[in-house]
Design a binder for this molecule. Structure first.
Ligand code: ADP
Ligand code: MG
Length: 392
């Protein structure tokens, strides 16, 4: 059963997914907006197009006739996915899921209004005036995010009225596409933030990975660890919620379902219908199958007999600090000295400040202290320095 898979978005998560499906004998065309993106380096074929251009997407779909289309990012003309699904192409996890999750409004209204899930209080605003009114209603502090954006782009926290104007202009410069509207969310003073990797299957029950804890800065993840110890009650609540949202969005694949855990309980935050960056911790062998192997099996309809936690693990990002080309990495040998340590260099051809270039991984026996493993991953990431030819 060799299938042709078209991967839309060819970053580091796509690269690991390609490796997982190649190991299962599949053919992959990796697509991105620039050439030599990480997943393209390990795929059979590549295409370089603007994935927000519906005609360009149609053209490569007609050219390669994929059996399965797997989105790796949000910035795609996802409205076209319904058409592809009609044509008999398997959209991962489904056209509906990809289309809903690319817009914060669609997914938030589904979760909070239709499914009645607990989220931070929120309102929408389509102008600076509306933002002032919304902030007054939601209360301070609050978080302002463009409806279409990812990785914290255009997102800021409003702590006083003086921040409102800045938050509006920041949202407008960081948004994707031409929708000006923002979501205004009450700030949740969480003590723990988790990703619950959830696997929906064509023939089989929905499965859950042990929760992953993570820490974010500038809207991007800095480190993650697994398992994140939370109470059995919160875990079962989170699983129920993840089950409900993924069922409502439909389809087969892995999902990263994000939650905040605060003194007053669990809040649903958002979800991605694909492997999650914080889930790179599963590359340390914390589970019998990594999130990429799980995605591969779910997408292909192959059996997943169960998900087992084998080790504890942590990941910490390796970031560039300036814009440049021809990146290379100093200190890798130091980062690999300890038993249980590993590294992934993504192979991105260029750097820019804060760009994620690699990840340091660390794992320990199942009874090791997660806190310690976490510190080791961070220390190992800090040993690696990205050097590059600086751009003028
Ligand atoms: N309402 C909120 N209260 C507190 N922190 C938040 C809130 N919304 C987002 N954050 C923080 O910002 C991060 C990114 O926000 P998120 O909604 O997940 O956007 P993205 O789509 O960019 O991942 C979250 O992981 C969390 O750390
Ligand atoms: Mg997020």
């Amino acid at each position: 059963m060799s299938k042709t898979i078209m991967l839309l978005g060819s970053g580091e998560l796509g690269k690991e997914f390609v490796i997982a499906v190649k190991r299962l004998g599949q053919r992959v065309i990796a697509v991105d907006s620039y050439d030599d993106a990480p997943a393209q380096q390990v795929a059979d074929k590549r295409e370089v197009i603007d994935m927000l251009d519906g005609n360009a997407l149609d053209a490569i779909v007609a050219k390669h006739k994929p059996d399965i289309i797997v989105p790796e990012i949000e910035a795609i003309r996802t409205e076209r996915f319904y058409d592809y699904e009609q044509q008999g192409i398997q959209m991962v996890p489904s056209a509906r899921a990809a289309n809903f999750t690319m817009n914060r409004k669609a997914i938030r209204d589904l979760a909070a209004r239709d499914l009645g899930l607990r989220t931070a209080n929120y309102l929408y605003a389509a102008s600076l005036d509306e933002l002032r009114t919304a902030v007054a209603e939601v209360g301070l502090p609050c978080v302002v995010k463009p409806l279409m954006s990812s990785s914290g782009k255009g997102q800021s926290t409003v702590r006083s009225e003086a921040d409102i104007e800045k938050a509006w202009s920041y949202s407008q410069s960081g948004k994707r596409g031409d929708i000006a509207e923002v979501i205004v969310e009450a700030f949740v003073a969480f003590h723990t933030e988790i990703t619950l990797l959830t696997v929906t299957q064509k023939n089989g029950p929905t499965l859950f990975c042990p929760p992953i804890g993570h820490r974010q800065e500038r809207g991007d993840y800095q480190e993650s660890w697994q398992p994140c110890r939370i109470s059995p009650e919160h875990l079962s609540q989170a699983q129920q919620i993840a089950g409900k949202v993924t069922e409502a969005l439909s389809g087969a694949g892995i999902w990263g379902v994000e939650f905040f855990l605060a003194a007053d309980g669990l809040y649903f935050s958002e979800l991605s219908p694909r492997p999650h960056d914080t889930g790179m911790v599963t590359l340390t062998g914390t589970q019998n199958l990594s999130e990429f192997e799980l995605h591969a099996r779910a997408v292909l309809g192959l059996p997943i007999p169960g998900i087992e936690l084998l080790r504890v693990g942590a990941s910490a990002v390796i970031l560039a600090d300036k814009a440049g080309t021809n990146p290379s990495f100093d200190g890798v040998e130091k980062a690999l000295e300890q038993p249980g340590s590993d590294i992934r260099i993504f192979g991105k051809p260029t750097t820019r400040p804060y760009r994620r270039m690699g990840v340091a991984l660390m794992s320990g026996e199942s009874d090791s202290d997660v806190e310690l493993v976490r510190q080791q991953a961070i220390a190992n990431a800090a040993k690696v320095r990205v050097v590059c030819d600086e751009l003028e």
